[in-house]
Design a protein around this ligand. Structure first.
Ligand code: PMP
Ligand code: GLN
Length: 380
């Protein structure tokens, strides 16, 4: 049969994790914590199961859970989403992204994607029949930035949607108020929709604030805002996330969602509802990861890697050109095999042709793991 995704192989995250296991490397590749979540979370899920919460929840998610999510968004970003019509629980952000695209993009519609881009975006656009239109972030002295003028130049009658991601994987870039002003200006008067991937919303450093599009009514009116509990509560394997969008947009999302997964498992939603009553875990997350970022950066400063800025997320990118002239993929393989530390080549976040000498490390790890990795990296 002819492939619907002829250019797609196995995702780099699976490839590098498998290699890390095979080579017994310290795995700073795929983004997930190597420490466990708060035991109160599995306890709440277990309780829900024992109490008999084991059948289908309503299609958009448990009402109490959607209410908690709505309350969190109001308290942090000031925008009220109606839990009945404007919030849907998803099987992680990945399903939220695919379902958003399937719901909005007609065959031939253009979708603007900013590279480097999370690796599910472009295949998801293609599955929806859309045409990805690529714009590259610029890398200057101050780090990465979004070239808004170039984005503006790509918008036409065919453009249906703009994919955004802040805090940004893999660069650690975080949008500022100036980015928001530029965004408001370019979308005003267009019919453009926005999918805003905010899965790292609770990981921003040095006193910066996360600019959720939910803070800005004129942007929120055209946006699907996507997040994931996997990142926030150290439970990437649970695959629970959500989408918030105005009722008319959410109605289209739910038409697809109901035939995509129909709904998401009940006991984890119930456990998360209970756990979310306390805002402390997500309010304290930036501080928690800032300490790990600082530990990791201080260690890397003693190596031959050159640090790129990291304003948010749990990823640190580094330039390795003082160490090797291998391509990024070859270097990541070599690093895993020979130095015993797995990383992700940033070229995996580009469609093609973009080769620099940058790899991404994940620092969502126990301090002991980071020390061991730094010890190995210092030898290079
Ligand atoms: N978007 C970004 C930017 C991500 O980094 C990730 C997680 N790797 C996802 C989406 C997917 O999140 P989930 O695991 O909840 O599907
Ligand atoms: N989001 C994680 C990362 O960027 C991995 C997700 C996945 O394995 N698909 O590393």
């Amino acid at each position: 049969p002819s492939s619907k995704l002829p250019e797609v192989g196995t995702t780099i995250f699976s490839v590098m994790s498998a290699l890390a296991v095979e080579k017994k490397a310290v795995n700073l590749g795929q983004g997930f914590p190597d420490f466990d979540c708060d035991p109160a979370l599995p306890a709440a899920v277990t309780r829900a199961m024992q109490e008999g919460l084991n059948q289908y929840p309503p299609m958009p998610g448990l009402p109490a859970f959607r209410q908690q999510i709505s309350d969190k968004i109001v308290s942090l970003y000031g925008q009220r989403y109606d839990p009945a019509t404007e919030i849907t629980v998803t099987a992680g952000a990945t399903q939220a992204i695919l379902t958003t695209l399937l719901a909005c993009v007609h065959p031939g519609d253009e979708v603007i994607v900013i590279e480097p881009a999370y690796d599910s975006y472009i295949p998801s656009i293609r599955l929806a029949g859309g045409v990805p239109v690529l714009v590259s972030m610029e890398l200057g002295e101050q780090g990465y930035s979004i070239p808004w003028e170039q984005i503006k130049a790509k918008i036409s009658d065919k453009t249906r949607l703009l994919m955004l991601n802040s805090p940004h994987n893999p660069t650690g870039f975080v949008m500022t108020a100036a980015d928001i002003s530029a965004l408001c200006e370019i979308v005003r008067g267009t019919r453009l929709l926005i999918a805003s991937d905010e899965v790292y919303e609770h990981m921003v450093f040095d006193g910066m604030r996360h600019e959720s599009l939910a803070c800005y009514p004129e942007l929120a009116a055209r946006s699907y805002i996507i997040s994931s509990f996997g990142k926030t509560y150290h439970v990437t394997g649970w695959k629970v996330g959500y989408v918030a969008a105005p009722a008319a947009l959410m109605a289209e999302f739910r038409k697809v969602h109901q035939f995509n997964v129909f709904t998401v498992n009940t006991p984890m939603q119930a456990g998360l509802t209970h756990y979310m009553q306390n805002p402390a875990p997500y309010l304290e997350l930036s501080g928690f990861y800032q300490k790990k970022r600082d530990l990791f950066r201080q260690g890397l400063q003693k190596t031959r890697f050159r640090l790129l800025p990291c304003a948010g997320t749990y990823f640190q990118s580094v330039d390795y050109s003082a160490i090797s002239s291998l391509s990024e993929l070859d270097f990541a393989r070599w690093l895993t095999t020979e130095a015993g530390v797995a990383a992700i080549p940033v070229s995996a976040f580009y469609q093609q042709g973009k080769e620099s000498r940058i790899v991404r490390f994940c620092f969502a790890k126990q301090d002991a793991t980071l020390h061991e990795a730094l010890h190995r990296l210092a030898a290079l």
